[in-house]
Design a protein around this ligand. Structure first.
Ligand code: MN
Ligand code: MN
Length: 416
């Protein structure tokens, strides 16, 4: 590194504040120099060998804030590091407890289907929640009382299939990509109950008896699982509607999340979708969060569940406080999964120049969180003062309402 850029990076590091390492990383990369593990006057250059792309994506691991301490487990897993299963007509990759050991409570699958392609008829023990990320699809499900559900979903829509109920997903004319979330980290997309495999592993005489048809009706059953396969794009929803003598399911398995009015916050928007509004979603709750550049999801924790995150846009960082001398900071980009064990304190800060959009996923029927500011605003100020040595004027500013997303100044526009 030439002395000039070295001096610039050291100067940026010495300036202090939230964005110094990000600013230093950006400045170094702009000059064709790798970012260095230096922050706030500490550290030294890394002569290599090194993975510069990984370092650039993880500036808060390369040069952690000096407040980081202890040995919290890894809390970041990019879907790009998961095995991708390529099939004719699509692909699927998963992030489970096998890839991401801390994620015991939830697992996720990122799946792509070309126009017409089908995710085979199947069922599984776990509840399934999904966000359509791109394109459109038709989903079907039948419940234990013989009530059916058939609907089309588009970008921004959610679905929820309760434990054990059989379902299917077929891409429509645009094809689709969607995120699936399951309420058990040990879920595996490769061990769901597939209709093709069950039929292949029952004597043909039993199939004939069960369906009251001759055995040769089953001569062409597939010998191997289908999983994801190509098919023609189906006709209109009306042409696919089946009149059900038991009637439709009582609570729709699809929820149009983007039709919901968001909670407007000082630094962004929040949509909370739990069983209060999406009644079918009995054991998975979600929050879809948008954070403006420079703004921050406030310091908080979740009393009742671990949090599984999926980053959709922008650049974010999160510090998780795991009690005692344990606190670690991670950086997130689109396609990354983040995780926060139950009751651990955290914030999510937008450190880029475009909005951060991400999902917070929880197990259980209700979304719950506890806000640090709100807590301190609702107890006697003297008590807060005795703990933190804060001035009355500072304590007096703590809002009694939850802020959720706090406004802030974007990087590069810091005062001074
Ligand atoms: Mn499924
Ligand atoms: Mn949270």
């Amino acid at each position: 590194m030439d002395p000039l850029s070295r001096r610039r990076i050291l100067a940026a590091s010495a300036a202090g504040g939230a964005f110094t390492t990000i600013a230093a990383t950006t400045a170094a990369l702009a000059q064709g120099q790798p970012p260095q593990p230096m922050r706030d006057g500490r550290g030294a250059t890394d002569p290599g060998p090194r993975n510069v792309a990984a370092d650039a994506d993880n500036p808060d691991l390369l040069a952690p804030p000096l407040t980081d301490v202890g040995d919290l487990p890894n809390l970041k897993w990019p879907f790009g590091l998961s095995h991708n299963r390529l099939q004719a007509g699509g692909w699927a990759r998963q992030t489970t407890v096998r890839e991401f050991p801390v994620s015991k409570a939830m697992a996720g699958v990122d799946m792509r289907l070309e126009a017409g392609a089908i995710r085979e008829l199947h069922w599984h023990k776990e509840n399934e929640w999904s966000l359509m990320l791109d394109g459109n699809a038709r989903v079907t499900c039948v419940d234990e009382n013989g009530r059916n559900f058939i609907a089309d979903v588009k970008k921004g829509d959610l679905w929820y299939f309760p434990s054990g109920l059989p379902h299917s997903i077929q891409a429509l004319d645009q094809g689709c990509e969607f995120l699936l979330v399951f309420d058990d980290g040990s879920f595996s997309e490769d061990s769901t109950f597939l209709i093709s495999q069950w039929m292949a592993h029952v004597p043909k005489s039993v199939l004939a008896k069960n369906f009251a048809v001759p055995e040769d009706a089953f001569a062409k059953l597939p010998e191997k699982q289908l999983y994801i396969f190509k098919a023609p794009v189906p006709g209109s929803l009306a042409s696919d509607t089946i009149q059900d003598p038991a009637g439709p399911v009582p609570n729709p398995f699809v929820f149009r999340m983007m039709d919901m009015q968001p909670v407007k916050c000082p630094g962004g928007n929040v949509r909370i979708v739990d069983s209060k509004v999406f009644k079918a979603s009995a054991n998975i709750a979600a929050a879809y969060i948008e954070i403006d550049p420079g703004a921050m999801r406030e310091l908080h924790w979740h009393p009742l569940s671990d949090e599984w995150q999926y980053y959709i846009s922008g650049k974010a960082r999160m510090t998780v406080f795991g009690s005692g001398e344990n606190s670690r900071t991670f950086d997130y980009q689109p396609g990354d999964v983040g995780y926060v064990p139950q009751t651990m304190g955290h914030y999510i800060e937008n450190i880029g120049d475009e909005p951060v959009q991400y999902l917070e996923m929880f197990t259980g029927p209700r979304y719950t969180d506890v806000s640090l500011q709100q807590w301190l605003a609702l107890i006697p100020p003297e008590l807060v003062k005795e703990h933190l040595n804060l001035a009355d004027s500072v304590i007096g500013k703590f809002p009694k309402e939850k802020q959720l997303v706090i406004a802030g100044t974007p990087p590069g526009k810091q005062p001074g």
